[in-house]
Design a protein around this ligand. Structure first.
Ligand SMILES: *Cc1c(COP(=O)(O)O)cnc(C)c1O
Length: 360
């Protein structure tokens, strides 16, 4: 790691470990070779275990947005209901419209969670056949109820549910089959602490059936192409093999730690950040009960100069802290505890934040 590297504590991309980079430098293999099939096949049971699904898990060489757009192109036949509560979820309705889909936003104020009762009310109109839902809205630090939203959608047969778990995957359980989720997707550069460029997703049988009837699926993100290729542990086009080597390494790290221990570690590190917030008299942007376990979005009720705070952290401690996303830049800032963070790295960050706050 270069001397002048600024350690990432932003909520994505997150810091990538030297061991992961080392694993990624394994010699290149052909993507139609037995070696690649063996690599994918070896990882597959572990991927299914993390998705908590018996469905195949697909590897898309795109960032998460590739699959988020792909889900619309493969599944939105009638009208999409987009559950909106922050930058990423708000954008999904815009993307749906750009794909030529009929889409409606169920809009909440930034900082608020999705209310499953509202979802039920909208779906009762019978207008919709697809729901997009971001479990953990990274821009606002709000984690809505996955079980609550899934249960609301399941009351309406024929409506499919797409869930983005980009910043909650392996942080908290996201049981795909148990909750009846139709597409569960995540990306590489946040909760999994890999470089960007890889998205992972699984698709229910009902969703694959829907896809078969969709005329404009395109090619690159056609779910049926992923399905056909996965049957022989391949991908439709040349995948980012180096990142997939990194994924194999991170799966080793996750299963060596143990998934329950991983969840407990994230809860513990998140609580350390919460203590810091309370100790300094800051507020939380998200209401109690809906605060993300992956990151903490701090409300800047004390009116500190966030840009200067970031500069002190960067220059004195070589740490990158996020200064708030989009329209809440400066009125919030975010502390990520995703990926490989430890008691020590979060302890160091919070101590550096103490020091920087004192110098403001
Ligand atoms: C970062 C993020 C995305 C976008 O991911 P890309 O990798 O930029 O495509 C989508 N959803 C959530 C919740 C995110 O945090």
């Amino acid at each position: 790691m270069s001397q002048d590297h600024i350690r990432l504590h932003i909520p994505g991309p997150v810091e990538v470990s030297p061991a992961t980079y080392a694993a990624m430098s394994a010699p290149m293999i052909g993507h139609r070779s037995k070696d690649f099939q063996a690599l994918y096949e070896e990882m597959h049971p572990r991927l299914q275990a993390l998705f908590q699904t018996s469905r195949p898990v697909f590897l898309s060489t795109s960032s998460a947005w590739g699959v988020m757009e792909g889900a619309l192109r493969n599944l939105a036949a009638k009208k999409v209901l987009c559950l909106c509560k922050g930058a990423f979820s708000d954008k999904w309705v815009d993307v749906a419209r750009r794909c030529g889909k009929q889409a409606e936003a169920l809009q909440y104020e930034w900082g608020q969670p999705i209310d499953p009762a509202d979802v039920e009310d909208r779906l009762a109109t019978g207008e919709f056949d697809l729901v997009t839902f971001i479990h953990n809205e990274t821009s606002t630090g709000v984690m809505s109820s996955l079980a609550g939203v899934a249960a609301a959608v399941k009351k309406h047969p024929g409506v499919l549910l797409v869930v983005d778990t980009v910043s909650s995957f392996t942080v908290v359980p996201t049981p795909m089959d148990e909750l009846g989720i139709d597409v569960l997707l995540t990306g590489s550069q946040k909760a999994l602490a890999l470089p960007p460029g890889l998205a992972l997703f699984a698709v229910s049988e009902a969703a694959l059936e829907r896809a078969k009837s969709m005329p404009d699926r395109g090619y690159y993100l056609d779910f049926l192409e992923f399905q056909k290729n996965q049957e022989s542990f391949m991908t439709p086009s040349t995948p980012c093999i180096a990142t997939i080597y990194g994924l194999r390494h991170q799966l080793g790290v996750i299963f060596d730690e143990g998934i329950e221990q991983r969840h407990a570690r994230h809860a513990r590190l998140n609580a350390m950040a919460h203590d810091w917030v309370r100790r300094h008299g800051f507020d939380f942007f998200a209401p109690e009960g809906y605060r993300s376990v992956s990151l903490t979005c701090v409300a800047n009720n004390l009116g500190i100069d966030v840009a200067r705070f970031q500069k002190l952290l960067r220059e004195n401690h070589r740490l990158a802290l996020d200064g708030g996303y989009g329209k809440i830049k400066g009125t919030t800032f975010r502390i990520s505890n995703m990926g490989d963070e430890t008691d020590e790295t979060i302890g160091n960050l919070l101590a550096a934040m103490d020091d920087s706050l004192a110098k403001l």
